[in-house]
Design a protein around this ligand. Structure first.
Ligand code: ADP
Ligand code: ADP
Ligand code: MG
Length: 460
């Protein structure tokens, strides 16, 4: 592994938008790296567009014509003299074909090697890697080719089961089925939905955990075989299988389980040969105390700031360093966590309307500024929330000496947030974090749907 090329990055093409574009530009600047930002026609005057050294318009607003247009992005990156490309999260960040195209065109891909991206993007394959590495995996099937095979596999696993798209992401491509009739009714539609949403109709079935917590481990590798884990995040508060609140460390976990989950995360990163930042996701069964591997995300995660807050490590800086061939700046023994951090995703969605994303103009946008508060955002007064993209407006991160302190700071920050023009999830997040169930750590991934939202809707 000593023949790794050291190829310092001078100019990065940022193939994304929104808060993550702002975040990537910040770390590039700190490392003295120039940035060129891809913008669609509606993003020309955006906050990240003003922060970047320059922008290249890559097409009309529709994602398929701009931020998902591989040929346009590569052409723009090469044409503007970039030597590397950062894909952010979402969009093309987990597309192995795109990672390979970057490499083939001489661009350093700021992410894992293309084969790692490919194996991670296939959930069934990732489960096999985890199993082979001795990591607990939920009872489940390989890819299923027909409904009879699915029916046999589900009967063997025992209902309820989850029918999952192997290429799924963003909480989409999953259905809980309670019995054989439901499975048969759902199977073929799930396949066609997965085909049209992810370009791959492969399905498998997996044991469904009713009272689950989502716990994930941040991992980091370099191109010389070095890997470390940076502790776990608890992302249990979710709506539609998508995260709303994340924190680190995970509350109320016994220390033996915490160490085992962290060790499993590290073992997975080693097994897949991780050479960049990634996240190993686990499901924790609150009834049995067991945990199992869910999937691996080969990219920077939305909620990476909570890990940065408790470890002091700048994860985007580490991605850039690993990509240019540097060795990790620290070893496992140097990683320590202090205090507690919580992140709330502020999205332009109305909880009173089933968390439906809403477009509009921010006629008022005042964000909190206080000790221990970090706000990652691309929003500003006058910003037009477009229907074309994700509804994330900002991430508010509160850091405190302990969990209660972090919650108190977050509640104050959420109260100070003043947004007009679109509905946001801030009030609901305030309600949820102030709830006894959250304060005492008694929530599961279904808490919002079953308890939080109904109770919130009853409050005047
Ligand atoms: P995590 O990174 O924690 O796994 P999600 O899966 O909720 O969080 O976030 C990734 C998702 O964010 C993508 O699948 C996509 O739906 C959405 N997304 C894509 N691009 C952006 C963007 N620029 N800003 C915000 N969200 C985006
Ligand atoms: P995605 O790629 O969409 O993020 P994941 O496999 O990570 O897909 O699952 C997203 C969420 O769905 C998890 O955080 C969890 O809340 C729920 N989930 C996934 N698999 C299971 C399962 N087997 N049992 C219970 N909940 C699950
Ligand atoms: Mg996931």
């Amino acid at each position: 592994m000593s023949d790794i090329e050291y190829r310092p990055i001078k100019k990065v093409f940022v193939a994304n938008r929104g808060e993550i574009a702002v975040r990537v530009i910040r770390s590039c600047r700190e490392l003295g790296i120039e940035t060129v930002l891809a913008v669609s026609t509606v993003d020309r005057e955006s906050v990240p567009a003003r922060l970047a050294d320059r922008t290249v318009c890559i097409g009309p607003p529709t994602a398929s014509a701009s931020y998902l247009n591989m040929a346009a992005l590569i052409t723009a990156a090469l044409g503007s003299g970039c030597d590397a490309l950062h894909p952010g999260y979402g969009f093309l960040s987990e597309n192995p074909e795109f990672a390979q195209m970057c490499v083939d065109n001489g661009l350093t891909f700021v992410g894992p090697a293309p084969h790692v991206v490919a194996e991670a993007g296939d959930k069934a394959r990732a489960r096999e890697i985890a199993r082979a590495a001795g990591i607990p995996v939920l009872t489940g099937s390989p890819i299923l080719t027909d409904v009879e095979a699915a029916s046999r596999a589900a009967a063997e696993i025992g209902y309820p089961v989850l029918v999952k798209a192997s290429a799924g992401g963003g909480g989409r491509g999953m259905s809980v089925v309670e019995n054989d009739d439901e499975l048969r009714a759902r199977f073929s539609a799930a396949g066609s939905e997965a085909q049209s949403a992810f370009g791959d109709g492969s399905l498998f079935v997996e044991k469904y955990i009713r009272r689950a917590r989502h716990i994930e481990v941040q991992v980091l590798g370099d191109r010389h075989g070095g890997v470390v884990q940076l502790g776990e995040r608890d992302c249990t508060l979710q709506r539609r299988h998508q995260k709303v609140v994340e924190e680190s460390p995970a509350p109320g976990l016994d220390e033996a389980t915490r160490s085992r989950i962290r060790a499993s995360g590290l073992a997975f990163a080693e097994a897949i040969g991780l050479d960049s930042a990634g996240t190993v996701e686990f499901i924790y069964d609150a009834d049995t105390g067991d945990y199992a591997f869910l999937e691996f995300n080969a990219r920077i995660q939305v909620e990476h700031p909570v890990t940065e807050a408790v470890t002091g490590v700048d994860l985007v800086r580490q991605q850039l360093r690993s990509a240019q061939g540097d060795r990790l700046e620290f070893g496992q023994g140097d990683v320590t966590t202090t205090g507690h951090a919580i992140e709330v995703r502020i999205t332009s969605e109305s909880p009173r309307d089933g968390f439906l994303p809403r477009a509009g103009t921010l006629v008022r946008w005042r964000i909190p500024d206080a000790d221990g508060i970090r706000v990652d955002t691309h929003a500003e007064e006058g910003y037009v929330v477009s229907p074309y993209y994700d509804s994330l407006l900002a991430k508010v991160v509160a850091y405190g000496t302990d969990r209660d302190d972090a919650i108190a700071r977050m509640l104050a920050a959420l109260s100070a947030l003043d947004v007009q023009g679109v509905p946001t999830t801030a009030d609901f997040a305030h309600f949820a974090l102030d709830h006894t169930d959250f304060r005492t750590g008694h929530v599961s991934t279904n808490w919002i749907a079953e308890t939080g939202l109904p109770e919130f809707l009853e409050t005047p």
